[in-house]
Design a binder for this molecule. Structure first.
Ligand code: ADP
Ligand code: MG
Ligand code: MG
Length: 247
């Protein structure tokens, strides 16, 4: 599904990703862990096409197309979803308007018919229900005044509505209490654990991985994947810290 080869990217002329390679097959969940400042968020933003994150080498082939050559909205229409550590607040646009526009513009780009208002509302309510979010919150401006946990639940509702092929989730667990963590973890499994979908889960802590069990764990340090393994690698990290990288 995704094959990243020798990816290099810079911010303000400073190289942050320094030849990163990673392969993700459909049906797989990959956790990416690593010290602060290693380039984890930069990887997500570079794949998503955020301005200021400049790819300078390598490739990221997603279902046969190089993501790096697509505009951000084309990447989304191709099936890529980015979840952020700090979801943005958008005053003046309701959750419903925001996600409906996102979904329907992606559908149009793929040559699919947009959903009607009624069809969309039904889908949105079902996803809010499944995440334990009050459907009334769908009418509120995007994330405005939402608690940290509500923002993350809302992001999972958005993901459920969009139903992407590949989700890159950046510290989706940060700032969550135990109930929200479980709800978000179950949401990721329900929405994304499927033979035709895959997840890149960027996380500092093992605890989210208790809910969403990764097939592979990678350590990103200084702009590269320096170690890969199974779920036991996350446990080893939790026990020993990043000192294991020096060993
Ligand atoms: P991580 O998510 O692994 O903690 P980041 O990808 O956020 O790391 O950051 C990687 C490196 O890039 C850090 O050294 C950070 O200071 C630098 N960096 C990130 N964003 C910017 C920016 N907007 N301008 C300059 N440097 C940045
Ligand atoms: Mg960080
Ligand atoms: Mg980060």
């Amino acid at each position: 599904m995704l094959k990243i080869t020798d990816l290099r990217a810079e911010i303000d002329g400073k190289e942050i990703l320094k030849g990163l390679s990673l392969e993700v097959n459909a049906g797989e969940v990959h956790a990416i862990m690593g010290p602060n400042g290693a380039g984890k968020s930069t990887l997500g933003y570079t794949l998503g096409g955020r301005p200021g994150y400049e790819p300078t080498g390598g490739s990221a082939i997603f279902e046969g197309q190089d993501l790096l050559e697509l505009a951000p909205h084309e990447r989304a229409a191709a099936g890529l979803f980015l979840g952020f550590q700090y979801p943005v607040e958008i005053p003046g646009i309701s959750n419903l308007q925001f996600v409906r526009e996102a979904l329907n513009s992606q559908r149009r780009a793929r040559g699919e018919a947009p959903l009607s208002g009624g069809e969309f509302l039904k889908l949105a309510r079902a996803q809010a229900d499944a995440l334990g979010m009050d459907p009334e919150m769908l009418k509120r401006p995007v994330n405005v005044g939402f608690s940290g946990g509500e923002k993350k639940r809302n992001e999972m509702v958005q993901m459920g509505i969009i139903s992407p092929k590949l989700a890159i989730l950046d510290e989706t667990d940060s700032g969550l209490d135990i109930d929200a963590l479980r709800a978000v973890g179950e949401g990721i499994n329900r929405i994304m654990r499927a033979p035709d979908k895959a997840v890149l889960l960027i996380t500092h802590y093992q605890r989210l991985l208790d809910y969403v069990q990764p097939d592979f764990v990678h350590i990103l340090a200084d702009g590269r994947i320096v170690r890969s393994g199974g779920p036991e690698l996350a446990l080893e990290l939790e026990r020993e810290g990043y000192g294991i990288l020096a060993a």
